[in-house]
Ligand binder design. Structure first.
Ligand code: PRP
Ligand code: URA
Length: 209
């Protein structure tokens, strides 16, 4: 069974509260989302393996540690997932970035695929899928299935806010994928928006409404 990690560090909670506010504009929203993504990235990368390397400091030689193992890929679900990429890239500048385009049909709330461009060697990488909103879970389930169809075996899902039904849907479809969120909200409304949530993440990031 996949693990749910709720990263409730005080600084993340504080920044998330500002980001949720209706009066927070796109510039601040983007900056806060980037900051939170970097902070969440510390937890998501906590179990990366280390190897020992011989280096020289200005004082003497020493055995130091560096990250080893699979290289990383960050795969945002367009559009809103883009808002979490820069924070992760600040942490792991050498990560490759793929893109999966999905939008929700406004009536059925089912995801519709419109784009997929991934690094050539995606199947050899640890993939972090980003999307701030885990609502019905349909978009995340489809994105994870697309990655598995390309041979990916090591995937983590990073969201900002989830709800129990969306989390359960992802866990049922992809029990091997750990889910990271900063908050688990209460429920979905009749339009499948997260309550209390933060509204439409894509529109708030890009100022489209
Ligand atoms: C939002 C959000 C997720 C999806 C979540 O995207 O960014 O991708 O909805 O909903 P779900 O869990 O019910 O699938 P949206 O379809 O609004 O597209 P956008 O990011 O381009 O605005
Ligand atoms: N997509 C969003 O952007 N917000 C929600 O609350 C649900 C889906």
């Amino acid at each position: 069974m996949s693990q749910l990690h709720v990263i409730d560090h005080p600084m993340i909670q504080h920044k998330l509260s500002i980001l949720r506010k209706i009066g927070t504009g796109s510039k601040d929203f983007r900056e806060l989302l980037t900051e939170i993504s970097l902070l969440m990235g510390y937890e998501i990368t906590r179990d990366l393996p280390l190897e020992e390397v011989e280096i020289e400091t200005p004082i003497c030689p020493m055995t130091a540690k560096q990250v080893s193992g699979r290289k990383l890929a960050i795969v945002p679900i367009l559009r809103a997932g883009l808002g979490m990429v820069d924070g992760l890239l600040n942490l792991v500048p050498v990560a490759r970035v793929g893109h999966i385009g999905l939008y929700r049909n406004e009536e059925t709330h089912e995801p519709v695929e419109y784009y997929c461009k991934l690094p050539e060697d995606i199947q050899d990488r640890l993939v972090i899928v980003t999307d701030p909103m885990l609502a019905t879970g349909g978009s995340a389930v489809d994105a994870l299935s697309m990655l598995k169809a390309r041979g990916c075996t090591h995937i983590k899902l990073m969201c900002l806010v989830g709800v129990p039904e969306g989390i359960a849907k992802v866990q049922a479809a992809h029990p091997d994928v750990d889910i990271f969120v900063a908050a688990v909200d209460d429920h979905l409304n009749e339009n499948a928006y997260i309550v209390p949530g933060l509204g439409d993440a894509g529109d708030r990031i890009f100022g489209t409404k």
